[in-house]
Design a protein around this ligand. Sequence first.
Ligand code: ACO
Length: 326
Amino acid sequence: MSPVRRSRFVGCGAYLPARVVTNAELAERVDTSNEWIVERTGILERHIAADGEKTSDLAIAAARPALAAAGLGANDLDLIIVATATPDETFPATATVVQAGLGMTRGAAFDVQAVCSGFIYGLTVADNFIRAGSAETVLVIGAETFSRILDWQDRTTCVLFGDGAGAVVLKASEGQGGLDDRGILRTCLHSDGRQHDALYVDGGPSSTQTTGHLRMNGREVFRHAVVNLGDVIKEALEGAGITAADVDWIVPHQANQRILEGTARRLGIAPGKVISTIARHANTSAASVPLALAEAVGDGRIKPGQLLLMEAMGGGFTWGSCLARW
Ligand code: ACO
């Protein structure tokens, strides 16, 4: 093995808006029930951004503790990547708003758009910048205010999502090129644009000149999610020459407790190894993986040196996985 550049995790942070909306509260607005939502999804409640609270506000609030944990200031960063499908504005990129908000006056900032897979895409882009030698230190944020694009009359979608943000700081470090190295070890990305109609927003600047609302064929998404996520986990494991038993934690996109369980069952992964925050966060799209990560790091479950497998799937479809040693 020869020395290689690795993207090592040196800090993480999270932010959830103060307001909690329970299933019972939703049942007052649409024809649903706590029982239906819990049984079909595992969701008990979600956080919803306050009036005027923007995706960039959530992103900055998650970035600050991530930078503090890394012992770094904003001007130590070379790059900020914000994964979001709910930007503050059509342009400029929310990442540039975050850059200014953090007081970073150098480097570059841009958004990536892969909906629920956005954080995995963001990690992959950051890792490539670091391994290519184009950046030393990168802040990757998943931040969403999905409450702004939900049709609150549509019970089949409005009960599933929440708002939030999570962030990690990656720093270049030298590894030996093996699986014992700390940092990102392998990433796998996929998309299939033919699946547009299963999950999309029915508006946008060049189509309707409106923001639009989320539309979803839930059964279709569910069916593809279990297969695609299973395949992309296998791809990461087989590529690394390991099995699910070698992984300490699966940190999945939090779409639905049944998807989490179905995927784990298909791969023979013990349920106790799967980090789940779906009950309290619901689906926060690109924010869900870093939110779950920050929670499990914060409560001491994820420890330095442990092997993690992150995965996600979202609109497009897009899907991906990231094998990393914390
Ligand atoms: N409350 C009560 N009843 C409801 C609700 C609700 N909120 N929503 C739908 N129903 C009804 C339907 O109208 C239907 O009634 P019918 O049988 O009289 O027609 C019945 O419940 C069953 O509906 P299904 O859609 O078949 O329910 P299903 O068991 O598939 O669960 C769900 C729906 C939860 C959306 C599921 O399909 C799912 O989770 N899919 C994945 C979607 C997802 O996670 N999307 C997130 C974005 S992509 C991602 O993150 C991976």
